[in-house]
Design a binder for this molecule. Structure first.
Ligand code: PMP
Length: 403
């Protein structure tokens, strides 16, 4: 391990536990001291409700909370801070969009295109909205290699396509969508475009203006921040036209029993007391990412991925899934004749945390002809020695099972 990687790991207290090799980062990442300290400081010193303005502590809390919004806006290269809406995570962002945008936009016969990599969080909210509005959910199929079928995608796009929802990086396969190709094609049809960036933010710089999508969502806990906080970024003009998603305090301007007037952006979409400490923690997480050398992190993570692929390729009866491209972050694999859960339990007994199951992507698993898979997923703090330990443990397990 290089001295700089060792210093980086020291910033993540959870990694210091003996006997833990944490390779389940696509599920959630560990948190650096900067995030823990920011949240701790808020609760110890500045804890008050925000936007009340009645006293000094509330002003401090508001400053910290709105400061976090500025960090997010800067991180995403949003054109305005009003475009950054705090949600509980990607799931809530997708529910917000389906409910608010769907009810406002969809007519019977309209189509919502969703890629087959999609997480349930991207499928189910639109499926429910399709039931309510008479619109139709249309899956973008896969090629035999597990990539998105771009020819099929282009032929599915039509004037009926009102929404195109794309997964930037598949949480199950680590594959990356060619957004630069897919988003303009959707825009040319006049569709609203949504990108699920849940698996991207920890691994790639994100520039929503350069991407050219209409909406972008991610979760704090997958990029070294806390749980319970996420972001929906959207174009101001579209957000302005959309009705609120939830109703209550904070999201209103005036209320009377005769009627209510809603607040301006972004507050129109943030009903109730927000997750203040979590937003501050997210701000600290994104600042932490911005403080690192992005190229060095990307090279390190790619080296871990290449090592894992080479390691798996050397094991009898083990096959990586959809692994012939530049997988990023996550890699799925299967062991011939063995249930993925059994492999997960045996790896856990060896102190190695991986994820086994359908990864909240049942349609993807069906398309691949699998019930589930085992998945290793890397973060910037993982080491080559950890990858080697994982491969060695898997080798021992397969040899033991074949005995
Ligand atoms: N989309 C993707 C690609 C994900 O990996 C996840 C989390 N596994 C989600 C959406 C949902 O995120 P959350 O559970 O944080 O809302």
């Amino acid at each position: 391990m290089t001295p700089s990687l060792s210093r980086l790991r020291e910033q993540f207290p959870a990694l210091a536990q003996p006997g833990l090799i944490y390779l389940d980062n696509a599920a959630t990442t560990q948190k650096p001291v900067a995030v823990l300290d920011a949240m701790n400081h808020f609760y110890r010193r500045h804890n008050a409700n925000v936007h009340r303005g009645a006293h000094r502590l509330s002003d401090l809390a508001t400053r910290d909370f709105e400061g976090a919004r500025d960090i997010v806006a800067n991180f995403l290269n949003a054109s305005a801070r009003e475009e950054v809406i705090f949600t509980r995570g990607t799931t809530e962002a997708m529910n917000l969009l389906a409910r608010s945008l769907g009810s406002h936009l969809l007519q019977p016969g309209d189509e919502i295109l969703i890629d087959t990599w999609a997480h349930h969080a991207c499928i189910v909210p639109w499926q429910q909205m399709a039931i309510q509005t008479g619109a139709k959910l249309v899956p973008i199929p896969l090629t035999p290699a597990g990539d998105l079928d771009l020819d099929a995608y282009e032929s599915l796009l039509s004037p009926r396509t009102k929404v195109v929802s794309l997964t930037q990086i598949s949480n199950a396969l680590g594959k990356q969508a060619p957004l630069h190709q897919m988003l303009p094609a959707a825009k040319a049809m006049g569709a609203i475009t949504i990108v699920d960036g849940a698996q991207a933010v920890a691994h790639l710089p994100v520039d929503v203006q350069a991407l050219g999508c209409d909406f972008y969502a991610f979760s704090g806990h997958k990029c070294y921040g806390p749980t319970g906080i996420g972001v929906l970024w959207g174009r101001q003009q579209l957000l302005q036209q959309m009705p609120p998603y939830q109703y209550g305090g904070e999201m209103i301007d005036t209320v009377s029993f005769e009627g209510s007037r809603f607040n301006r952006l972004p507050y129109k979409f943030e009903a109730g007391t927000p997750a203040i400490a979590e937003a501050i923690g997210l701000g600290a997480a994104l600042s932490f990412i911005q403080s690192l050398d992005t190229n060095a992190v990307a090279n390190h993570e790619q080296a871990l991925m290449n090592r894992a692929k080479a390691g798996l390729a050397g094991l009898d009866g083990v096959a990586a899934i959809a692994a012939d491209g530049d997988n990023l972050g996550a890699l799925s694999f299967r062991v011939d004749g063995e249930h993925h859960q059994d492999i997960g339990i045996l790896l856990d007994q060896a102190g190695i945390a991986v994820r086994c199951g359908h990864h909240c992507c049942q349609p993807l698993m069906q398309a691949l002809g699998l019930k589930g898979s085992c998945r290793v997923s890397f973060a910037l703090y993982n080491t080559e020695a950890e990858v080697d330990a994982f491969v060695a443990a898997l080798q021992e397990i397969t040899e033991f099972l074949n005995d």
